[in-house]
Design a protein. Sequence first.
Length: 361
Amino acid sequence: MESASNYLPPVPITVLTGFLGSGKTTLLTRLIRQPAMARTVVIVNEFGEVGLDHHLVAEASGNTVLLDSGCVCCTMLSDLSATLRDLHRRRMVGEIPDFDRVVIETTGLADPGPILHTLMTDRVILGYFKLDGVVTTVDAVHGLGQLNRNTESMTQVAVADRIVVTKTDLASSASLSLLKSRLREMNPAASIQESDSSEVTGLLMFESANYSLDPEHLDVDRWLKAEAYDHRDNHAHHPDHRHDDDDNISSRHHDAIDSFCLTSEKPVRWGALVGFLDALTQLRGADLLRVKGLVDVEESDLPVVIQGVEHLFHPPSQLQSWPDSDRRSRVVFITRNLTREPIEDLFRICVAAVEAKEAPL
Ligand SMILES: Nc1nc2c(ncn2[C@@H]2O[C@H](COP(=O)(O)OP(=O)(O)OP(=O)(O)O)[C@@H](O)[C@H]2O)c(=O)[nH]1
């Protein structure tokens, strides 16, 4: 068994995503030079993308370089899992400086789902790392068009904890506020910042702890933000209600994003909750862009937190106490082509099935 002195807490990982050309590299290039990024490893696709020139201190072996800020830059090996295992090994043998944070820049056209799934499920990775948060860049000029046209772009926004709007210097204030309100409707819990704001620093960007469901430190209100979903129209993102962007491409794409919160006053039986999540992921997993919830489970006095991305859910975890006097179950959804009603119906069916099974003869 591993002795307590050998135990290293899992290193938090932040995923930096955003559509092609939306400014991920520009943002990262600025942030990695900040002293606050010391003890951070940044995984990029190619060194050439992040101009390292004058900031290079030492060329470490293989795919890694050290910057004068203390930040380590590393290019991707064959895949993410191999890259993270290699980083861990090199850290343990002292081949690279010790680090306490990792940032991964994804490629612009990628659906971040598979990366998040790897980070949520790869057993070896989970021994040493933990998915912490997702930062998504959105182009102030082309963002709306990309959201209307590209599923990847929608998914990138849906899974974000923080959204950084880039190229605000090129956009009018009217189109900027249109974009921001669309982003807020799609993902009410994410913070939205402009890339040139003073709040956009490495320290703040890459410390969110929103995915890593640490029951002792989870700020449930900030994480769930259920009230932000409550007052919203469910149809805000259907094609009929979509804002056109300057590309005038609204007719080309017909995916509809919804975000809503389901609440239940009555405690839920554990079996019903498990059955509901199983059925939902099997039937419509691909369209569950993000699900987060705080559930009052009948078998326990303590609340259970659940969280999923597409068909994959984190193992549920139990909080030590309720965050406040509100004991209702609250589950927020960001979905694609999937409205609230069928999800509510499925939930009722699962509750009824468990009640019927457990009823005395
Ligand atoms: N005017 C202006 N241009 C920007 C801003 N941010 C990025 N750009 C420019 O936008 C282009 C794309 O920026 P990148 O940082 O390469 O975008 P990316 O998301 O990393 O691109 P990919 O890796 O190809 O997906 C570059 O020419 C940048 O100089 C900004 O805030 N204002």
